[in-house]
Design a protein around this ligand. Structure first.
Ligand code: BYC
Length: 332
């Protein structure tokens, strides 16, 4: 192993005769040195598997996450709100595409990943298995769900795998706009008529718990953290990220005149953190095992979209083939 400046390097000749154990030591040294791992570099098989698992779950979440918000595009209360919501939902589609591309750099093809989602083998975020009952839910998603996602993803942007961490940088910029538009909706409702304030509070009451759960099980129950953190796929633990989300969100609720639905919520002067009551982990595990309020609907909606989009994909492939033939004829 050579250290050139701040970079750990291996000469091809040395690599060819290295044992797996030696390669793993070298790989860990790169990670500990803060270097990014790029697609064609050697990596332990479990590093690859963990990344495929996490990136594909993330991609599926972006795509399934379009459904609860898409439900309100036709009913947004003004043209401005409709345009903003349309742009946001389109952004989520874009995020899904960058993330599928990042997963593909690890040697798995997109259709395999999509099939895993459609057959129910792959997970996607628990948060998207809840219904959007009122317009305020669109505010709550932007404020709380995108808010939690930003905190999680700015951490992931510092992760070790180059294509995933770079995708996070752009995604976080867009999430930041999503978060502001959500908070703006909530703030306006909370400062509107009594009925509007009630609507905002009701949305906060329903989305707060699932948003806290969305950031993953407690550190003590997190089964993947030992690997995902050893390899800097996640650079901070679920509980650390959750605490940052809570500390950032509670003052925003206070500023809007809304009440966080947790009777045990208190500020700890010594640690300077907001402390929350018991998290309903039974609910979290029920939802990720497929028994949330909308799991069946989300999956069947995606299956239907895949089927209905088949002719579009076929037409796009036929068109690309025709163009290729034309180009080849010109070149010949
Ligand atoms: N939902 O060992 P752990 C968005 C699973 S989309 C479902 O701590 P890890 C947006 C976990 O997969 C943003 N499952 O795992 C889009 C594991 O199961 P498996 C979505 C969850 O990976 C549209 C088991 O529980 N963000 O913002 O070390 C509109 C044990 O967990 C969940 C991402 O996907 C969950 N919430 O840490 C609006 C972020 N949490 O795979 C907004 C990327 C955990 O062993 N992912 N599980 O069967 C991550 O950062 C990490 O995977 C987690 C979990 C922090 C979530």
């Amino acid at each position: 192993m050579l250290k050139v400046g701040n970079t750990v390097k291996f000469t091809p000749l040395i690599c060819a005769i290295m044992t797996t154990e030696e390669r793993e030591i070298e790989f860990q040294a790169k990670i500990d040195n803060g270097q990014k791992i790029e697609p064609k570099e050697w990596m332990p098989e479990n590093y690859r598997k963990q990344l495929i698992r996490m990136i594909s779950q993330h991609a599926h979440s972006e795509i399934v996450g379009m459904l609860p918000e898409g439900n309100w595009i036709t009913r947004a209360p003004s043209l401005r709100r409709k345009a903003v919501l349309l742009a946001k939902v389109q952004d989520e589609a874009g995020h899904g595409l960058y993330l599928y591309s990042a997963a593909e750099t690890l040697g798995i093809d997109r259709q395999t990943l999509i099939d895993q989602l459609l057959t129910g083998k792959a997970k996607y975020s628990s948060i998207f298995n809840y219904p959007t009952l009122s317009w305020a839910d669109i505010g709550a998603i932007g404020w709380l769900v995108d808010g939690a996602a930003i905190v999680n993803q700015t951490m992931l942007a510092r992760g070790s795998y180059g294509p995933y961490s770079r995708a996070m940088v752009r995604i976080c910029k867009e999430e930041s706009f999503h978060n502001r538009q959500g908070y703006e909706i909530m703030y306006e409702l909370a400062n509107g008529t009594e009925a509007q304030k009630q609507m905002a509070q009701d949305a906060l009451n329903r989305w707060w718990g699932p948003s806290i759960q969305m950031l993953g099980p407690s550190d003590a129950a997190s089964t993947n953290s030992s690997e995902t953190m050893k390899w800097n796929i996640k650079v901070e633990s679920n509980d650390v990220v959750r605490q940052r989300f809570i500390d950032r969100t509670v003052p925003q609720a206070v500023a809007a005149g809304l009440t966080i639905p947790d009777p045990d919520l208190k500020y700890n002067e010594e640690t300077e953190h907001w402390e929350i009551g018991e998290v309903d982990w039974d609910e979290f595990y029920r939802v990720i095992k497929g028994h949330g309020p909308c799991n069946k609907k989300r999956l069947s909606d995606r299956q239907r979209a895949e089927k209905e989009g088949e002719w579009v994909r076929e037409a796009a492939i036929a068109y690309a083939e025709k163009q290729n033939k034309k180009m080849n004829a010109i070149a010949a």
